[in-house]
Write a new protein. Structure first.
Length: 259
């Protein structure tokens, strides 16, 4: 039993060794508890889409539908759930690699105006489908930072996906501003917002403001945890401000690179 505590009888070297062993035992227990919780969460997250897949495959196999349209609808659900499963697996892979310090990022000169423009282009269709307006306010002069362009897009796309997903009407805007030493990047939406007492938890893995609400929107619950880790790897910070029914702003702050 690795977590057994030892009695400390003296304050000499043997005593401090006993203290060190007890400290290690506590760390080990914490690690084990958090790993167990992580595995329980993963099982739960994977179970839901799999249940849907099994259920609707059964419906189709048994012919439990009235019209061709209804059948197509069920096939659509299967396709969506398979996609979600794929995303959860990819996100889990990224997150565990990062947590074990095995994900390395490139360090190149990156123009954040270009990254934002490219991300905007990628989510345009999704925003249009919901009737949302997307706006980019680029920075003048060019906002350069050191970073990994693919990972920077991943951060931005996670934030933009959320902004679009949790906004019913209005707009989503990205603003890039340069300061002497820093580059600020804000993503603002006019969506449902996040209650103030839950703001500090949204970067935790699998945390969702309203369990069923987010599930219905199809997220993995890992997007912000991954974004926060990647931000950290860029020596940057991420903050969130939000007001319920008014909207949410995520702010990224990067050290500025002056070429
Ligand atoms: P998910 O995949 O569920 O979106 P995330 O880690 O990306 O997981 O986000 C965690 C939770 O934070 C979401 O489930 C949602 O409740 C809340 N959230 C994130 N971004 C926004 C936003 N722009 N507006 C409102 N709620 C948000």
């Amino acid at each position: 039993q690795l977590e057994t505590r030892v009695e400390v009888h003296s304050d000499d070297e043997v005593g401090s060794l006993a203290h060190a062993i007890n400290h290690m035992a506590e760390e080990l227990k914490r690690y084990r508890d958090s790993r167990n919780e992580f595995i329980a969460n993963i099982s739960h997250e994977l179970k839901t889409p799999v249940t849907y897949l099994e259920g609707y495959a059964q419906v189709i196999r048994q012919g439990w539908y009235e019209t061709e349209e209804e059948k197509q609808q069920y096939i659509g659900i299967i396709a969506d759930e398979a996609k979600r499963l794929n995303r959860i697996i990819q996100d889990l892979f990224d997150l565990t690699k990062m947590e074990e310090g095995q994900l390395s990022i490139l360090s190149e000169q990156v123009d954040m105006n270009v990254i934002c423009q490219s991300c905007l282009f990628k989510v345009q269709h999704k925003a249009e489908q919901k009737g949302l307006q997307l706006q980019l306010f680029p920075a003048e002069p060019h906002p350069y930072i050191w970073g990994d362009p693919v990972r920077l897009e991943q951060i931005m796309l996670n934030l933009l996906d959320n902004a679009i997903r949790y906004t019913k009407a209005g707009n989503v805007s990205i603003r890039v501003t340069t300061r002497t030493d820093h580059i600020h990047l804000t993503i603002t939406d006019t969506g449902q917002g996040i209650p103030s007492d839950e703001l500090s938890y949204v970067f935790e893995r699998f945390y969702r403001v309203e369990k069923s609400r987010s599930r219905q929107y199809g997220g993995s619950g890992l997007g912000l945890a991954i974004a926060a880790k990647l931000v950290d790897m860029h020596q940057a910070t991420i903050d969130v401000q939000s007001q319920e029914s008014i909207g949410t702003t995520f702010t990224l702050t990067f050290p500025r690179l002056i070429p």
